[in-house]
Design a protein around this ligand. Structure first.
Ligand code: ZN
Ligand code: ZN
Length: 269
């Protein structure tokens, strides 16, 4: 399994998750030209994409979804609520991803959990590669951490978790009070400490990669997020390195051949 970020944050989000040469796109906050250019910078091509999963309808996650569908004929997987908000995707390409169920998408089995965020029916997703059993949990915008998400993300080989803001930087920063309250009000975005606590709870011996996503450019910084999460992991004696996503530039997040020993044991393989 290999995972790349094409961009992360309020200016546009998209992740590519690949098993061998087959891949799916998770969120599409970029138009087709920008998407193709970002893929090219990573040595990837749009033709490797077999499907698009949209976590929720906000512009930074879904702005390019319909155009990407039309250009590359991608089926679009999303919750019923998200589909209701997405436009211009023909019915036969709208695939419903219901919380608590799993569906085969290209080279993966995809499971979803409902999460709190100020969108119609936002989801967190876990993708398990059919060939290798490798598993990644992806939570983009996340206002709080429900028990269903922790169950879904247990024993992942890789985690991609939002670490949106530093609580002090948000409180002392330029955002007006009402916006601050929307961000931290349980249906907005989790902060670095909440992401750190979640990572500690989800950690297990087979966890090999932890990426921090959707960092605010105003109320966070990569080194601030990494320091907060790494300190919590060290305190809990978890030996994994937290990698803050670059934000505006595409980058490789992680790569590994197969499910970890820990995951194999958990799955009874
Ligand atoms: Zn977002
Ligand atoms: Zn959002």
């Amino acid at each position: 399994m290999r995972i790349w970020s094409l961009g992360s944050g309020s200016r546009g989000n998209a992740l590519v998750v690949a098993s061998g040469d087959r891949a799916v796109l998770v969120d599409c906050g970029f138009g087709p030209r920008a998407l193709a250019m970002r893929l090219k910078r990573l040595g990837l091509v749009p033709e490797m994409l077999e499907a698009l999963i949209v976590t929720h309808e906000h512009q930074d996650h879904a702005d390019g979804a319909a155009k990407a569908h039309h250009k590359w004929r991608l089926p679009v997987y999303a919750s019923a609520g998200t589909h209701a908000a997405l436009r211009d995707i023909p019915a036969k390409y709208r695939m419903t991803l219901a919380p608590g169920t799993s569906v085969d998408v290209g080279a993966f089995t995809v499971e979803a959990a409902a999460i709190p965020h100020d969108a119609r029916e936002p989801l967190a997703v876990a993708l398990t590669a059919t060939a290798s059993g490798a598993r990644v949990g992806i939570a983009h915008d996340l206002g709080a951490v429900p028990a269903a998400l922790e169950r879904l993300f247990a024993r992942c080989d890789a985690l991609c978790l939002e670490a949106n803001h530093d609580a002090t930087m948000l409180r002392e920063g330029p955002y007006p009070r009402a916006l601050q309250e929307r961000i931290r009000g349980g249906r907005g975005h989790i902060n670095n400490d909440e992401a750190a606590a979640l990572a500690v709870r989800l950690a297990h011996p087979g966890l090999r990669a932890l990426s921090l996503l959707h960092l605010s450019e105003t109320n966070n910084a990569p080194e601030v997020a990494a320091r907060a999460v790494q300190a919590a992991l060290a305190k809990a004696r978890v030996h994994v390195t937290a990698h803050p996503a670059a934000g505006r530039t595409p980058e490789a997040l992680c790569a590994f051949d197969s499910a970890s020993i820990g995951t194999q044991l958990a799955l009874g393989l």
